[in-house]
Design a protein around this ligand. Sequence first.
Ligand SMILES: O=CC(=O)O
Length: 315
Amino acid sequence: MTQIPIMGDGLPQPLLEMLGAEFEVLAWDDAPDSPALARAEAIIAYGHPQVDGPMLDRAPQLKVISNHGVGVDHIDVAAALQRGIPVGNTPGCLDAATADMTMALMLATARNVVVGDQYAHSPEFLHYDPAILIGQEVTGSKLGIVGMGRIGKQVAKRAAGFDMQIIYHNRHRDSSAESDYKAEYRSLDDLLAESDFVALNCPLTPETTGLISGPQFAMMKSSAILINMARGPVVDPAALYTALSTGQIAAAGIDVTDPEPLPRGHELLALENLIITPHLGSASNRTRERMLRMTVENLHAGLQGKPLPYSVEQN
Ligand SMILES: O=CC(=O)O
């Protein structure tokens, strides 16, 4: 059987099993003279590899790019479409998992889960002390959601269960969020000034790059907690360090960093009021299964020249 050459690095075993013997999986190689690029009929973008126009020019056989994940900021989508190469992603299936993780970071930062865990593991924990590690109550607090898309709405749904007052900022007002979760629209500045918790759930675009920087931290309450489940570059890392180390805000929980991962010795790694998780937003068993299935469905459709079932153009 002639195998179809596709590029994909670090593909997990379940995905390789779904692909089966039909495909020859070539190691990711974007070198100018890459034999893989010259032969590849498809790219599976797994783990956010960079895909740009010059790279696509060296891949004349390419019929489809299938991205494992919803965010496509690492792919030059316009360059792909210009060259007639459709780009697929996995929207929708990871909204609940990412919203769960937003709540997890919110609760963990507010209630000292990580510091508390370290203390409880240490020999210093000798008896129950009601005076220590008193956190902020999530229930009933005001949550500002930046980006009221599919994930933002799932966060609002969960926050409503915690009796949180929800305000949001988005490119457009969203009547369903307003009616379903009593979310009130705010300008970004007003949202930052009012919120006890700010949850970033927006995509990374030129407009959201550096959205939260020095002036924005200055508007926030000193008791505020920032949660970033979006992308690292939405928050300026130097400004985040200043805000956390000078008490401009109380704490932050971030699932994404800029750069990612942070290099050893990076100043942010030394902060006790910062919880960092390694890009786990969609990392739940059921969500991963759905993401793999959608990735493979897009791959098959693209190779057959059919419209992609989950195309970035419809997102
Ligand atoms: O970051 C993960 C995704 O974009 O799906």
